[in-house]
Design a binder for this molecule. Structure first.
Ligand SMILES: [Ca+2]
Length: 234
């Protein structure tokens, strides 16, 4: 009886995740780093260029190690034309010595309004996630710091930011840790590159490991994010 109950519980929990996995859209860019470089694995042609970052043991296969000084990976000019976005990655911070180190950023400087989209840490009274987004609604770039979900150095954490045209959301390990309202479509500017592990103006370098970076032109649900966390690199 107990076994049957446990089986029923497992089926109840895994059903929505399985459904979410079946409905996952294809990323516009996906980097597993498993080949020791920043090859884009969906075939979109958005190959990353590695500057200093080195292959290291990852949460799945290999990851990239960033020295917290001048390492980064450039994805070149990447714009989202659907209006919606999801950015996600696995990260293991060695330290938060640069407390607002960039995980993924499309920006010309560290000034808030110079960001198109950006996912970083933010360490004041404990490290949490921070999301910046500019849209075509005429307002400045919005900066949002997750009120929940403290981050700790030395452990693998799955981090994600989504925007569905109405809300910016942050997720830690597939659990929503904050949301705020926003309107408009994701802004575009082909002159501004997207970098992993550092702001494209050279500042705010990340110190630690980053694995399995994905960018979607859809706002993924919490269930879809959890399905990705569970599915590995498939
Ligand atoms: Ca990997």
């Amino acid at each position: 009886m107990v076994k049957r109950l446990i089986l029923l519980l497992c089926l109840t929990l895994s059903g929505p995740v399985l459904q979410a996995r079946a409905e996952l859209p294809s990323p516009v860019a996906h980097y597993t780093f498993d080949d020791g470089d920043a090859h884009e694995v969906t075939g979109s042609g958005r190959e990353g260029r590695v500057h200093g970052a080195a292959p290291f043991r990852g949460i799945r296969g290999r990851s990239m190690s960033f020295d917290g000084q001048d390492d980064f990976i450039s994805l070149g000019n990447l714009d989202i034309d659907s209006g919606e976005i999801t950015m996600m990655a696995w990260m293991l911070a060695y330290s938060f010595r640069v407390h607002d180190a960039r995980i993924i950023s499309k920006s010309t400087s560290t000034a808030g309004n110079d960001h198109i989209f950006m996912l970083s840490t933010f360490d004041q009274h404990g490290a949490r996630l921070r999301f910046r987004l500019k849209t075509d609604d005429g307002f400045p770039t919005k900066t949002y710091i997750a009120p929940l979900g403290h981050l700790y150095a030395g452990e693998w954490i799955h981090v994600a930011a989504t925007y569905d045209g109405r809300h910016m959301r942050l997720f830690k390990d597939g659990v929503e840790v904050g949301k705020t309202s926003k309107t408009g479509r994701v802004a575009m500017d082909p002159r501004i590159p997207v970098w992993i592990g550092r702001n494209p103006d050279g500042r705010r370098p990340f110190h630690g490991l980053i694995d399995d970076v994905r960018i979607y032109d859809r706002a993924l649900s919490a269930q879809q994010i959890r399905a990705i966390i569970e599915e590995g690199n498939q």
